[in-house]
Design a protein around this ligand. Structure first.
Ligand SMILES: NC(=O)c1ccc[n+]([C@@H]2O[C@H](COP(=O)([O-])OP(=O)(O)OC[C@H]3O[C@@H](n4cnc5c(N)ncnc54)[C@H](OP(=O)(O)O)[C@@H]3O)[C@@H](O)[C@H]2O)c1
Length: 258
């Protein structure tokens, strides 16, 4: 259980990439951790590393693509009397290809993890934060949130949902003591593109540690939305306000090279 002096942060997708680095930032910032993903040995190794930095971690294995996984995770927290002060919804999955040719299971997993599990977990954990009058929530979206993305259509659509939800919740929860920060990274050097079925990432990528540093600062400041890096801010603005007759073929061409 967390010591009373250290707030407790739950990070989903904590077995690697941005999630593991967000956990490192949170530990550095004085939090204890609950780490969750499917790959337990990687999270155990991270827990050992964080212990050396003074943070206690609890590892909970969860497959967020399974129906009911968020509720099961919330029950595991209750069973262990773990009270979450900071929720980081980071777990996410991509998929590259033409929609009608994609593995239907992949499509379903993306929606389950990126949309449903994130929404359910937030709905289950936020009421206790509101009741306590304090809490922080992070939703990890993407620069993909700002436009439709042919050849990665479902992923882009799920991330648009995450940004829309995050901004609306941040507004709804004003005055409750609970902040909601939506983190929008651009291309980041993690396992993400390989897992998404892409050859490799052809965009200049930020490191996961830099993305996590930017995200953690924004979370602590209670910022509503943060886009990592100047180039990504320009890309996101272009995606949101550029004419779709330009952005649709440009995105399709970029995704076809992956
Ligand atoms: N990398 C980028 O370029 C980029 C850009 C913008 C946004 N993002 C977003 O950043 C977040 C983190 O991605 P990343 O780049 O760090 O990718 P990553 O290295 O592939 O990490 C993804 C994390 O999600 C977890 N995950 C995947 N399937 C899961 C499942 N069924 N149940 C539970 N956890 C699952 C993975 O753990 P297990 O496999 O152990 O379950 C892993 O910890 C995602 O939401 C992604 O959409 C990434």
């Amino acid at each position: 259980m967390a010591s009373p002096a250290r707030p407790l942060a739950l990070v989903t997708g904590a077995s690697g990439g941005i999630g593991a680095d967000l956990a490192r930032e949170l530990a550095k910032g004085g939090h204890d951790l609950v780490l969750t993903a499917r790959t337990v040995p990687a999270m155990q190794a991270l827990a050992d590393e964080l212990k050396a930095r003074g943070a206690n971690s609890t590892v909970i294995a969860a497959d967020l693509a399974k129906p009911g996984a968020a509720a099961e995770l919330a029950n595991s927290l209750d069973d262990r009397a773990l009270r979450i002060d900071v929720l980081v919804n980071n777990a996410g999955l991509g998929g590259v290809g033409r929609f009608d040719q994609m593995d239907p299971q992949r499509v379903s997993d993306m929606v389950m993890i990126n949309v449903l599990a994130l929404t359910e977990l937030t709905r289950l954990l936020v009421p206790a934060m509101v009741a306590r009058g304090r809490g922080r929530v992070m939703l990890v979206a993407s620069t993909a949130s700002f436009q439709p993305g042919p050849r990665m259509a479902v992923y882009f659509a799920t991330k648009s949902y995450v940004l829309s939800l995050g901004e609306a919740l941040a507004y709804e929860l004003r005055g409750t003591g609970v902040t909601v920060t939506t983190l929008c990274p651009g291309a980041t050097a993690t396992n993400f593109f390989k897992a998404a079925g892409a050859n490799e990432n052809l965009m200049p990528a930020m490191s996961a540690s830099e993305v996590a540093r930017v995200g953690y600062r924004a979370l602590q400041a209670g910022r509503r939305v943060v886009i990592t890096g100047m180039m990504n801010r320009i890309l996101a603005l272009g995606g949101r306000y550029g004419p779709h007759w330009v952005t649709l073929p440009a995105t399709a061409a970029l995704m076809s090279r992956r």
